[in-house]
Structure formats: structure tokens, C-alpha cells
Design a binder for this molecule. Structure first.
Ligand SMILES: C[S@@+](CC[C@H](N)C(=O)[O-])C[C@H]1O[C@@H](n2cnc3c(N)ncnc32)[C@H](O)[C@@H]1O
Length: 298
């Protein structure tokens, strides 16, 4: 059973705490009016290196991204049953280390954390101590600054549900293997302390398909560098043509990863899009998801 605060009348509602934090940050950045007037008919800003692009992306796309992650976790129609069960088991308790790339302003990870917390608050998940280490990589320092501030805001609230996070941000360029090497060294510096390593890649496809091949060395490196660990790699993307190309690119790269034999591929068609409530505009847009998960046999 899913709490009605998160799913009601076939519509997804995001956790109040996440919305509060998001709204306050919009106001602080003087982007609340922009977000209120923005209609999600166009694809919206994709996020970039400078502060103006970051703010625009934050105001236009944050809630769309967080809604997708939430829909996978709570899985109200059982579209992603195995993944949703797996996520709830992984984040049920223990010590987990997450590599959040590209982190952006944190829509994906904040949705993951706030929804696990909400499920615990409604006794839909056991409330066992959960220690999460997060390393956030992105090439936009302005996005990482907002990320850091939002995680600081949510930290205390998570602790009421025995979710303890520590996090670090790291400037990272996916087109540079050297930069990826530094990121991974940081991610693994205390690897023995964690039972599971999780690579969370949400909304990378928007950079555009001509760019993807610049990432192949870094993505391959990440897979190999984690091959000795209990690792899960999860990709959550919107259901767009670009994300379909991204998905094909990822499938090709993962031909190497024989140590992650359990592969789940889900691509929702346009008839399966879900409705979610946007508390800033009052609209109920629809979204679809392309999802891939690579893990060891469980
Ligand atoms: C749509 S955001 C995704 C953020 C977050 N994961 C989410 O779920 O919303 C895409 C991010 O990719 C970052 N990005 C684009 N090119 C990159 C590159 N070459 N290396 C690292 N990050 C990059 C942008 O700065 C932006 O923050």
C-alpha cells in the first residue's frame, strides 16, 4: 500500500518536505515566478555550467526529474516491480555508498531520500538505521552548490526516520577519463565500510546524442573500477528520442560488464505515461520513463 500523500486518484504527489525545500530555494534564487509561469510543454533547459543556465534548469526541470525517480520507487502501477522491490530492500537499512552522477541540483537523489523517508514515516518500510554516503559529481559548480545546500536542508528531516547521510560534491567532467579517475578514487577511498555500492544516473540523456560518445571511456572506466564490489548501476531517463539513443549507447557499453549479469530494461510507451501534480504551477503534467538497471544476480 502506498500512502495517499504520495499517490492519489492516479496522480503522483511529491513529499511535502521536498516541495518545501525546493520552493524556498526557488524564492532565494529569485526563480519562483519563472517556475510558476513555466509550462512543461517544451523539453525545458538541460542544465549547464553557468549560474544562469543552472537556475533556469532548476526552475523548469527539477520537479519533472524528481517525479520520475519517485514513480520508480513507489511504483503504484507495478510497472517496475523488480526494481522498486530492489530499491526498497537496498535502502531498507545498512551502509550504502552512492555515486550520484550527473548530480545536477539533486532532483534524483532528493527524491530517492525523501520518498524512502516518507515510506518509513507511514510504516510502509521498516525503520532500521540506514547510513548513506553520497558522492555527487557534475561539471557545473553552480549546480553542485545548490545540491550541497539542499542536502544540508533535508539532512535533519531524514534523521527522524533513522536515515543518516554524509555527502561530498566533486567537480567532474564525464568526457575526461582523468577527471573520472579522480572521482572514482574519491568514491572508493573507504570502500570496505559499505555493504553495497550504487551508481545512480538520472537524466543524463538531455546533453544530446552527439555528446554521448565523449563519455564512453569514462563510463567504461566506472564499470571496471567497481567490478570487484557489490554494485548496482541504475539509469533513469525520460521517455524521449534522445533518451532512447542514450539507452542504446549504454547497452553497447555494458556488453563488457559480464560481472553485472542481471539486466533490467524498461521503456514505457506514450500510453503508459503517468500524471504528477506540480505544486508550483498547479498543473498535472504527464511523464514517461526509460530505465535500465545492471546488478549482480540477487
Ligand atoms: C538534467 S541534469 C541531471 C541532474 C540530476 N541527476 C537529476 O536527476 O535531475 C544534467 C546534468 O548534467 C551535467 N553535465 C552535462 N555535461 C556534463 C559532463 N560532461 N560532465 C559532467 N556533468 C555534465 C549538467 O551540468 C547537469 O547538471
Amino acid at each position: 500500500m502506498i500512502p495517499s500523500s504520495l499517490w492519489k486518484d492516479n496522480t503522483l504527489y511529491q513529499p511535502d518536505k521536498l516541495i518545501d525545500i525546493y520552493k524556498n530555494k526557488l524564492i532565494e534564487l529569485s526563480m519562483y515566478d519563472h517556475a510558476k509561469k513555466y509550462h512543461k510543454k517544451t523539453t525545458g533547459a538541460t542544465g549547464g555550467k553557468n549560474i544562469a543556465e543552472t537556475k533556469k534548469h532548476f526552475a523548469e526541470r527539477f520537479l519533472t526529474s524528481s517525479a520520475r525517480t519517485q514513480f520508480v520507487i513507489i511504483d503504484p502501477r507495478e510497472d517496475f516491480l523488480e526494481i522498486s522491490v530492489n530499491l526498497k530492500a537496498t535502502f531498507g537499512g545498512g551502509k550504502i555508498s552512492i555515486l550520484d552522477i550527473p548530480a545536477g541540483t539533486g532532483a534524483g537523489i532528493l527524491s530517492l531520500l525523501s520518498n524512502i523517508s516518507e515510506l518509513r514515516a507511514h510504516s510502509k518500510l521498516p525503520k532500521l538505521p540506514l547510513y548513506i554516503n553520497i558522492l555527487a559529481g557534475d561539471f557545473s559548480s553552480s549546480a553542485l552548490k545548490i545540491y550541497n545546500e539542499l542536502l544540508e536542508e533535508i539532512k535533519m528531516y531524514l534523521e527522524y526516520q533513522l536515515i543518516y547521510i554524509n555527502y561530498e560534491i566533486c567537480e567532474w567532467d564525464a568526457s575526461s577519463p582523468q577527471s573520472t579517475n579522480l572521482l572514482i578514487r574519491k568514491f572508493l577511498q573507504n570502500e570496505d565500510a559499505y555493504e553495497e555500492h550504487y551508481v545512480f544516473m538520472s537524466a543524463f540523456s538531455g546533453v544530446g546524442s552527439p555528446i554521448y560518445k565523449q563519455f564512453d571511456k569514462s563510463f567504461t572506466y566506472i564499470q571496471i573500477a567497481l567490478s570487484h564490489l557489490n554494485t548496482t548501476i541504475l539509469y533513469i531517463e525520460p521517455n524521449t528520442n534522445e533518451a532512447s539513443s542514450f539507452s542504446k549507447f549504454i547497452t553497447k557499453l555494458h556488453k563488457l560488464t559480464t560481472w553485472l549479469p542481471k539486466v533490467i530494461n524498461i521503456s514505457q510507451d506514450s500510453t503508459s505515461r503517468f500524471k504528477w501534480y506540480d505544486p508550483i504551477t498547479g498543473n498535472t503534467p504527464k511523464s514517461g520513463i526509460i530505465l535500465k538497471q545492471y546488478s549482480r544476480e540477487k
